[in-house]
Every structure is written in structure tokens, then in C-alpha cells.
Design a protein around this ligand. Structure first.
Ligand code: F6R
Length: 240
């Protein structure tokens, strides 16, 4: 695991975007695994700028998102489908048919998981972008999820729902379940890039860097992956 400590969120986003930009330049038809949440927003803004400046094109790029909430529609402003279009896809030349985000039909969730898992099994992700939950979750693989887990429906923990409450009017509106790539899907990516920022992740970073591999801290599985880069800002690194 390669750790890079940078000054702040802006520097993290700059470096994150550079790594993704280089991936696209080296392979214009690469496959990216993408994340939502606060951590990658600055990175996406810089990728949009790189597209506007004609340094990169997304025409041949394929994307697979980590997760999607259950119980809200794709048109809901807090759905991850909406987030990805609002923050990235609507502003670049990506072909919509190359965009993959778990489709939650809400009447057959098991089938929805199987469909997404089949799609993932038919592809290889060249670079997977990840954030990390304060409790160590990656995607929505909450503490205790087996490392062998494939795409599944997860009941979100109270901690994760509280953490995500900031995007909704009240805790009651925060979905209780989500579909997420499993840890095993994430680990199949050729390269992994994790972004960690902010004082609220300082304890999380301490635990991640302990190198103790434990399903109670899902991100610890990344120590088993051969090509992981973690960009951490000084606030998140402040307890090391
Ligand atoms: C998002 C995702 C989550 C987030 C994590 C951190 O698609 O899968 O694992 O990466 O909850 O979220 P932020 O970046 O908002 O702190």
C-alpha cells in the first residue's frame, strides 16, 4: 500500500485527478470503478476541467459505480445515479451506454444484485476509486462483511446513516438499505486509488495504517491487494 500525504482536500483532489487523467491518457478505453460521497467531488471537478481543456476524452471510457441506495428513484437528488451525472457525467463526453450504476428496481432486489454482479464479472476494472467510511467501510461493505462477498443488498449501519444524514432533510429520509459491490468485486480491480480527507477520518487512518487485516474494519483488506495508492490529507493524517 502506497501512502501519499498531502496538504489538504484540494491537493488530494489534484493528485487524485492527475492519476485518473493519466489512466485515461494511457488507455482511452479504460474501465474505471467510481465512488460517490464528499471525497471524490473535487477530483471529479478537476476531471471535468481536464475534459474542457481537451486534455482527456471520456468517449471510450467505461465506468462502474460502487453502490446505490434502495428505496429512492434515480431522479432523487440524493441517488448516486443523480450524484454521478450531476458531478461528472453531464459535463463530459461519456457515452451513457458505458455508464453502469446498480439499478434498483425495488421489486426484485436479489435479481438487481445478480444483474450487476454478472456485469462486473464480465469486465475488469483498471482503476477503482474509493472513499472510506469513518467505520472503515468501502463501498457499503460495513464492518463484519466477509471478504469473499460479491454484490449484495446491505442494511446500512446507524453510524453510516448518521454520517450521510447531512445530505437529507432528516434521518428518517436516509435510506436503510443499499446495493453495493462486494469486497471481492472491489479486490478484483487492477489498481485501487483511495482518497481520505478531514479530521473526522483521523481515527480511521490510524486503524487503516495499523496493517491489521480484520473484517471488522473492511478497508483493511486492501493490505492484501498488490496495487493500492492512498492519498491522505494532513487533517486525516493528524493522529499518526
Ligand atoms: C460511496 C461509497 C462510500 C464512501 C464513504 C466515504 O460510493 O461507497 O464508501 O466512499 O462513505 O464517504 P465520504 O467521501 O462522503 O466521506
Amino acid at each position: 500500500m502506497k501512502i501519499i500525504v498531502v496538504k489538504d482536500y484540494e491537493a488530494m483532489s489534484e493528485l487524485g485527478a492527475q492519476i485518473i487523467e493519466n489512466t485515461i491518457i494511457n488507455n482511452p478505453s479504460c474501465t474505471l470503478g467510481l465512488a460517490t460521497g464528499s471525497s471524490p467531488i473535487g477530483t471529479y471537478q478537476r476531471l471535468v476541467k481536464a475534459y474542457e481543456d481537451k486534455r482527456i476524452s471520456f468517449k471510450g471510457v467505461k465506468t462502474y459505480n460502487l453502490d446505490e441506495y434502495c428505496g429512492i428513484s434515480r431522479s432523487h437528488p440524493e441517488s448516486y445515479y443523480y450524484f454521478m451525472h450531476d458531478n461528472l457525467f453531464n459535463h463530459v463526453d461519456i457515452d451513457e451506454k458505458n455508464v453502469h450504476i446498480p439499478l434498483v428496481s425495488n421489486d426484485n432486489l436479489e435479481q438487481d444484485c445478480k444483474n450487476y454482479n454478472d456485469l462486473l464479472n464480465q469486465t475488469t476494472i483498471d482503476l477503482q476509486l474509493l472513499g472510506i467510511g469513518a467505520n472503515g467501510h468501502i463501498g457499503f461493505n460495513e464492518p463484519g462483511t466477509p471478504f469473499s462477498q460479491e454484490t449484495f443488498i446491505v442494511k446500512l449501519t446507524d453510524k453510516t446513516r448518521q454520517d450521510n444524514k447531512r445530505f437529507f432533510n432528516s434521518i428518517d429520509e436516509v435510506p436503510t438499505h443499499a446495493i453495493t459491490m462486494g469486497i471481492s468485486n472491489i479486490m478484483k480491480a487492477k489498481r485501487i486509488l483511495m482518497l481520505i480527507s478531514g479530521k473526522n477520518k483521523a481515527d480511521t487512518v490510524v486503524r487503516l495504517l495499523k496493517e491489521e487485516i480484520d473484517p471488522d474494519f473492511p478497508a483493511s483488506v486492501l493490505h492484501k491487494h498488490p496495487d493500492v495508492t492512498v492519498i491522505i490529507d494532513q487533517d486525516a493524517y493528524s493522529k499518526i
